[in-house]
Write a protein that binds this ligand. Structure first.
Ligand SMILES: Cc1cc2nc3c(=O)[nH]c(=O)nc-3n(C[C@H](O)[C@H](O)[C@H](O)COP(=O)(O)OP(=O)(O)OC[C@H]3O[C@@H](n4cnc5c(N)ncnc54)[C@H](O)[C@@H]3O)c2cc1C
Length: 401
């Protein structure tokens, strides 16, 4: 976005990309479908930006979600609007988004060098004058230019090319880097039953995140379980707070309300009704099967310390109360989080108070600009992170002084 914008403004633009093609990460976004933005109104959009939302507001004002939608439609990418105002290409292919951007850049005269890695910025007397790079044959070279936009992304999913080089460049140029943490990353729980849940996706769950026994966040939606940890949109959104709390040494836990549509009283009526309709010699596990997905039956029995083959007529009122309490609050202690390799975005980055919010130019080095995830900006899942990249890329690409 930054390169195409600068070219449209009449600049001669070179993109130096270390991978074999442009936008490797964009091509895997949204599970290969690319949730390219979110169509919510501006105030609601801002609420989803987790860091430096105020700083981001100027870039968003220059090129907002509506502008992104118009932009891609003009490039011929038909769009679909899905649940939660998430916007996807109608083709369901993230490649179409990446290809459209690259073609637009080329049409505007942008030159691309692939397999070429920038190794440092050339600065003198507080001004940029170029970059050092290693070319595809492995030779170190210099390219002298008056303006440089660093859009090297974060450190998550490093196999896509984002290995955090931009933080080193910024730091060498005198910028402070806000500590980097994985965000939108699976959460790790030592709960002994979790291994049996791998592959399970629970929909319509209300989850509450507790930090040192205080409820700090509540979310509604999907929770999934895999060998990486607890994931799904709800867990990923919670990870932003959970990771910071774990780093600070707080006790963290997640409480899942598995029956959010039912109050404890209504749930009790439902359970009593189910029991009344079941033969007395039916097993407790059969009752649970009527209430829960199959993979949860054994973990719930273990958690309640009730044998799955206990006859339903033997279940006491106290045990029913404990079952209800568990269904309304299945507690998973959180001890860790998945590393950058599995994190959707990187929290932290180039400090925003050292960057001009109206231009994206460095306040330390003239002619140096930043765009995208390299900045200390991150947001929830739902198309917000790509919009951050598009908005800041657009503003940086204007190369305003
Ligand atoms: C699995 C996954 C799914 C995601 N899904 C979504 C989604 O659906 N919606 C959404 O909004 N966000 C999503 N995101 C987040 C989103 O992809 C990123 O926030 C966004 O791509 C950041 O854009 P960027 O241009 O700042 O960095 P990147 O897209 O990471 O691009 C940085 C580029 O710089 C290149 N580079 C780095 N260092 C150098 C160097 N030294 N020399 C030359 N080139 C270099 C890299 O190779 C890379 O091509 C997802 C992320 C992941 C990992």
């Amino acid at each position: 976005m930054a390169a195409g914008t600068a070219a449209q403004e009449g600049k001669s633009v070179l993109v130096i990309e270390k991978m074999e093609k442009a936008g490797r990460k964009v091509r895997i976004t949204g599970k290969g479908r690319c949730n390219l933005t979110n169509a919510r109104p501006p105030e609601e959009f801002a609420e989803q930006v987790r860091t430096n939302a105020d700083f981001f507001s100027t870039a968003f004002a220059e090129f907002n979600n509506k502008a992104t939608i118009r932009f891609f439609e003009r490039l011929g990418v038909k769009l679909d609007f899905e649940r939660g105002d998430r916007v996807f290409p109608h083709s369901g292919k993230a490649w179409d988004v990446a290809n459209a951007l690259e073609e637009w850049c080329r049409d505007n005269g942008v030159e691309f060098w692939f397999h070429t890695r920038v190794t440092g910025l050339l600065t003198l007397g507080g001004k940029i004058f170029g970059v050092r790079y290693i070319n595809r044959r492995g030779f170190e070279r210099k390219e002298e230019v008056a303006q440089v936009i660093v859009a090297t992304g974060g450190v998550s999913y490093p196999a896509t090319g984002s290995t955090g080089d931009g933080y080193t460049f910024a730091s060498e140029a005198g910028h402070e880097i806000e500590p980097l943490r994985p965000s939108l990353t699976p959460l790790v729980s030592p709960h002994p039953q979790l291994k049996t849940l791998h592959g399970l996706l629970l929909r319509n769950i209300r989850a509450t995140l507790y930090v040192d026994d205080e409820a700090v966040r509540e979310e509604f939606g999907e929770i999934g379980f895999s060998e990486r940890g607890i994931e799904g949109a709800v867990a990923l959104r919670m990870s932003r707070d959970a990771v910071d709390a774990l780093i600070d040494g707080w006790r963290v836990k997640l409480s899942l309300d598995l029956k959010p549509a039912l109050t404890a009283e209504i749930l009790q009526e439902r359970i009593r009704r189910e029991i009344a309709e079941m033969p007395a010699e039916e097993f407790f596990a059969e009752l649970l099967r009527k209430l829960l997905p199959k993979p949860l039956v054994m973990p719930v029995c273990k958690e309640l310390d009730i044998q799955s083959k206990t006859y339903i007529m033997r279940i006491t009122d106290t045990e029913i109360d404990r079952l209800i309490a568990l269904l309304k609050g299945f507690v998973l202690p959180i001890s860790d989080y998945a590393p950058f390799e599995y994190a959707v975005v990187t929290a932290g980055g180039v400090r925003c108070d050292e960057v001009n919010r109206y231009t994206m130019e460095s306040l330390k080095v003239k002619g140096l600009y930043f765009a995208g995830e390299v900045l200390d900006l991150d947001a929830n899942t739902g198309g917000y992170n790509l919009q951050i990249a598009f908005s800041t890329g657009r503003l940086a690409g204007l190369l305003k002084q």
